[in-house]
Design a protein around this ligand. Structure first.
Ligand SMILES: CC(C)(COP(=O)(O)OP(=O)(O)OC[C@H]1O[C@@H](n2cnc3c(N)ncnc32)[C@H](O)[C@@H]1OP(=O)(O)O)[C@@H](O)C(=O)NCCC(=O)NCCS
Length: 248
């Protein structure tokens, strides 16, 4: 049976499952302190109707998409710098008086339910909602799912790769492009996590004896360790834009 579509405004009891789904789908460091992560639950509080959930017949969360309304004039040059900035603006300053677009910050599908069309369904639902709440459509700082295998390749190069069949190399970027989205540019520092080296060492399970770029499993780019005893992970994303799609 197709899972039912709901959201956190209608079913707030799904919140712990939403946290668990996102947490299990990302490397642990992705939820560490950052300007955006500090405000993640603020997004749930302020914009519960934009937290889309697909729930099976037993009340289990199968997939989710987290978004919020933003101002955006439709040009690549006016895009926010990335997910940190979107969250700071939307949570600290509230919804824009006239939302122009929806920004989708995360899409997660339970591993056992992948490649079943749930991600596409959530993206399509967001496009329908944008027709009402954000007429310029849906903008997404995409985290390409295979990029952690190629951390040394610049994200611009990676995003332009195609496979032998001519389709976009990255499966998640491909889903967006084949749904009709266009790439708008790169969010070079979408999410920035800066922590003492000791915390990164505990996470990695081995010492980081000196400054430099270090391999970070699950990271899209290496971890940069500085002379000041801190390691900084600067996540790049790829901005894509889906047009709004009125319900037929
Ligand atoms: C990104 C994500 C939401 C996509 O969900 P999905 O259900 O896999 O989406 P799709 O069905 O569009 O699959 C995308 C591609 O990956 C492939 N794929 C998905 N799951 C797969 C699996 N378990 N094994 C092999 N291929 C798989 C699909 O076949 C598809 O490839 P295709 O274009 O050749 O058909 C999901 O992989 C996920 O939750 N990942 C972890 C969280 C994350 O990285 N989110 C994105 C950043 S916010």
């Amino acid at each position: 049976m197709n899972p039912a579509l709901t959201d956190l405004a209608r079913d707030p009891w799904l919140l712990p499952q939403l946290d668990a789904l996102i947490g299990a789908n990302m490397p642990a460091f992705m939820s560490w302190e950052s300007p955006g992560n500090w405000r993640w639950h603020g997004m749930y509080d302020r914009y519960p109707a934009h937290q889309l959930c697909l729930v099976d017949g037993d009340g289990r969360l199968v997939a989710a998409a987290n978004g919020l309304p933003v101002r955006w004039d439709g040009t690549a040059s006016s895009l926010p710098s990335g997910s940190d900035e979107v969250l700071v603006e939307a949570v600290d300053h509230g919804p824009p008086a006239r939302p122009e677009a929806l920004c989708m910050l995360s899409v997660s599908v339970e591993p056992a339910h992948r490649a079943a069309g749930h991600a596409e369904r959530l993206l399509t639902e967001a496009r329908h909602r944008a027709a009402v709440d954000g007429p310029r459509g849906v903008i997404i700082p995409v985290r390409p799912t295979r990029k952690p295998r190629y951390p040394l390749i610049p994200i611009e190069t990676y995003a332009a790769w195609s496979g032998p069949d001519g389709r976009c190399f990255d499966p998640w970027l491909r889903t967006h492009l084949e749904l009709g989205a266009r790439q708008l540019g790169i969010a070079a520092a979408s999410l920035v996590i800066r922590q003492p080296v000791e915390r990164w060492e505990a996470e990695l399970g081995h010492p980081l004896p000196g400054p430099g770029d270090h391999v970070l499993p699950g990271g899209l780019v290496p971890l940069r360790v500085g002379e000041d005893g801190h390691g900084t992970y600067t996540e790049p994303n790829v901005w894509v834009h889906h047009t709004a799609a009125p319900r037929s």
